[in-house]
Design a protein around this ligand. Structure first.
Ligand SMILES: *Cc1c(COP(=O)(O)O)cnc(C)c1O
Length: 376
């Protein structure tokens, strides 16, 4: 399917179908468990076309190629790359920058991204400037002609602030046409948010989360809007090699087929659970951006947190998000533990803040589980 005018529901359901890799025309894309491919003769090697042929699987392999083509279509980009984890995807995106480059980031990001940015500063001298994700006049002052990239997550993690990607892209590109606006689209997925259409240059995903959606694999994705950026990424992808293997490529392709249906149910469930949480006397505040399956909420004290984790019968006390099973985490001790305490508290990441990934269970059962867990 190369026609991009089809609705995203159709693209997802048809992922990998009508692909001509397989001589038997299987509806489900086959898994090619091959690390290498035979050449016919010397001429075959001399005229090798990496866009059409295969040689060695780090460079390209059929199952991953079908997946990458699908991902590029979903995000509306020129090319996509499937990697072994979300962090590997973030690392690939940052391979476009070098020592001395200035990057502006929003302030409320996945904890692992902060950890990596500190590493990049210490080891490679990349300079990071932080933006609060809300004040666009402040952003206009932060980005200059020296800004090489802007990195953001929206909704933010874990405090669910919404960033206007169009405005960020416009302000950034006005300051420097060549600056790369990068969006981590893990929380909303292309079903709800297409950053490239809003003016961003690069999209990344932890496909460990909603794209795969079953709490059973790790994967990452980078999508580039232009072929120019994609070619630089392709070189680094092949050179550093954190590629997704054929089996996980197939699993992710299979998972994408139900992404739209899953996202709709995650949203319906989360809307209901957010409303029910607001009615509980122990809940101080609920943060829910209206779409997707992620809710953060504050309880009154640490005893309630402890009690809740011990009493839950359906929802698991576990890191990660985006799967069919509902999960509850405490960001201050888990995902954001490596962030300095003062920075954490400034963002509102207290020990009373909990982050819920609402799964696909019955929403009444989920709301009841939280209510009884908090002692109601
Ligand atoms: C989990 C996550 C990552 C990191 O992805 P891994 O697959 O765990 O390496 C990056 N960004 C966001 C928003 C995440 O939730």
């Amino acid at each position: 399917m190369t026609e991009t005018h089809f609705d995203i529901d159709t693209l997802l359901a048809q992922a990998g179908n009508h692909d001509n890799h397989d001589q038997f025309h299987a509806i489900s894309t086959p898994i090619y468990l091959a690390s290498n491919f035979r050449h016919r003769d010397l001429e075959d090697v001399e005229n090798f076309d990496p866009k059409k042929q295969y040689s060695y699987s780090r460079l390209a392999t059929p199952t991953r190629n079908v997946l990458q083509k699908t991902l590029a279509e979903l995000e509306g980009g020129a090319q996509a790359f499937a990697l072994s984890s979300g962090m590997a995807a973030i690392q690939l995106a940052f391979s476009l920058f070098k020592t001395g480059d200035e990057i502006v980031t929003s302030d409320d990001l996945y904890g692992g991204s902060f950890r990596y940015f500190d590493y990049l500063t210490d080891h490679y001298g990349i300079k990071f400037r932080q933006w609060n994700g809300q004040d666009y006049d402040q952003l206009a002052k932060l980005v200059t002609e020296d800004t090489k990239g802007v990195w953001l997550e929206t909704p933010s993690n874990p405090t669910m602030k919404i960033i206007d990607i169009d405005r960020v892209a416009e302000i950034t590109h006005q300051a420097n046409q060549k600056a790369l606006v990068c969006v981590d689209n893990t929380f909303l997925t292309p079903v709800y948010q297409r950053p490239l259409a809003a003016g961003a240059d690069i999209v990344v995903h932890s496909a460990t989360k909603y794209l795969s959606g079953h709490n059973d694999m790790l994967a990452g994705v980078v999508v580039a809007k232009t072929n120019e950026v994609a070619d630089a990424l392709a070189f680094n992808f092949n050179t550093t090699g954190a590629v997704l293997d054929p089996f996980d490529s197939w699993l992710l392709l299979r998972s994408l087929k139900t992404l739209s249906v899953r996202m709709q149910r995650h949203t319906a469930n989360a809307q209901y659970v957010a409303k029910q949480l607001e009615k509980l006397p122990q809940v101080q505040k609920v943060l829910y951006p209206g779409k997707g399956g992620m809710i953060s909420f504050y309880v009154q004290n640490r005893d309630q947190v402890d009690q809740l984790f011990k009493r839950l019968k359906i929802i698991s006390f576990a890191e990660s998000l985006g799967g069919v099973e509902s999960l509850l985490t405490i960001p201050s001790l888990q995902t954001h533990h490596d962030m300095p305490e003062a920075d954490r508290l400034k963002l509102g990441i207290t020990d009373e803040l909990l982050r819920l990934s609402v799964g696909l269970e019955n929403p009444n059962d989920l709301a009841a589980d939280l209510a009884q867990g908090l002692g109601n």
